[in-house]
Design a binder for this molecule. Structure first.
Ligand code: NAD
Ligand code: LMR
Length: 341
């Protein structure tokens, strides 16, 4: 470990796994601004000590430590929150599911580390394919008897961020900073279902069918836009760091500072609020879904019921469900029954 200060109190310690990567570095920089974090532990199989040394000079509250290849245990020990952007990104022509082969094992090993060294931590998963990596984390924690569905989140905030931004490009009445769009389903292609009909002022209703289809498609495939533009050099990193910091800060504000009324769309295990989701689970057979979640001290305090969907959005949701099921089964089986992969 490379430490730049002494602080053994990890009650509000945050670990970034994959901290030296394209997302990990700017995400760490953004989280270094937080007054709610006392210890920022940067773990990566390469370059973490250098990134930590650099960030540790910034005059904000947190101590920064860097942990290399063999430092997973000391990084995770007693952590409050673990954010996981570790793994490979897409290249042009790949789907997120194409990353499963490499990223599933990386995420499994990190989840094992969480189960052993910080079993009570909030786990925030960025690594793709999120629709499958979140079930992987949950199954590992279940195997260790430490699973709390209120504490595991797939970060799908980039879809929310894109929705506000792309919608604002079509209407000057939309302030992208303050307009929050609910995005349900999952985090890949057709599983991304933006509920544009809920934007105040009749925005979606004012669009032609062609405009609405084009906007929906742009949100669902916004990731591809970046992968194509980066031309082999990876996928979204800076916008993802922004989205990841927004989501992590919301979790910390609720769980550390006790702030109430915070809501984000996020991909969760629906057992996190079994009562509110019972009818939906029975109807769809889904165990995981992205939906608006209210945060509390323990993580998920409530999963909101689905907003009223337009006919267009219902069609999108109907198309999302079968693909989500395949993604979820694949992630779950990776831990429970590898013969099915
Ligand atoms: N959820 C989202 O909306 C979203 C958005 C963008 C990217 N992503 C995903 O995030 C992941 C990371 O993307 P990136 O652009 O930062 O990639 P990157 O290759 O730039 O960085 C990944 C980092 O993970 C590290 N790493 C690999 N294996 C590790 C392990 N076992 N333990 C710790 N660290 C490990 C690498 O050394 C590297 O520094 C990808 O899977 C990508 O698809 C998700
Ligand atoms: O598109 C990707 O592969 C990365 C990420 O999931 C995104 O939505 O930008």
């Amino acid at each position: 470990m490379v430490a730049y200060d002494d602080d053994d109190d990890d009650d509000d310690g945050v670990v970034i796994c994959g901290a030296a990567g394209g997302i990990g570095q700017p995400l760490s920089l953004l989280l270094k601004q937080s007054d709610l974090i006392t210890h920022l532990a940067l773990y990566d199989v390469v370059n973490a000590p250098g990134v930590a040394a650099d960030l540790s000079h910034i005059n904000t509250r947190s101590t920064v430590t860097g942990h290399g290849k063999d430092g997973m245990e000391e990084a995770l020990q007693g952590a409050h929150t673990v954010v996981i952007p570790a793994g490979v990104p897409r290249k042009p022509g790949m789907t997120r599911d194409d990353l499963f082969k490499i990223n599933a094992g990386i995420v499994r090993d990190l989840a094992e580390g969480v189960a052993r060294h910080c079993p009570g931590a909030f786990v925030l998963v960025i690594s793709n394919p999120v629709n499958s990596t979140v079930p992987i984390v949950c199954e590992v924690l279940k195997q260790h008897g430490v699973f709390n569905p209120k504490k595991v989140f797939g970060i799908s905030t980039l879809d929310v961020v894109r929705s506000s931004r792309f919608a604002s490009e079509l209407s000057s009445a939309i302030d992208p900073k303050t307009t929050r769009v609910t995005v349900i389903g999952g985090h890949s292609g057709v599983t991304i279902v933006p509920v544009l009909s809920q934007i105040p002022g009749g925005f979606a209703q004012s669009l032609s069918k062609e405009q609405l289809d084009a906007l929906t498609h742009r949100i669902q495939y916004g990731g591809d836009e970046v992968v194509k533009a980066k031309d082999g050099a990876g996928s979204a990193t800076l916008s993802m760091a922004h989205a990841g910091a927004r989501f992590t800060n919301a979790v910390l504000e609720a769980t550390v500072a006790g702030k109430t009324g915070l809501v984000e769309s996020t991909y969760v295990n629906l057992a996190a609020d079994s009562e509110s989701t019972a009818a939906f689970r029975a109807k769809t057979g889904l165990e995981y879904f992205a939906q608006d979640v209210e945060f509390g001290r323990e993580g998920v305090s409530k999963i909101r019921s689905l907003p009223a969907l337009s006919e267009h959005e219902q069609t999108l949701l109907d198309a999302a469900i079968p693909e989500l099921k395949v993604n979820i089964t694949k992630g779950t089986a990776f831990i429970t029954d590898n013969s099915k992969i």
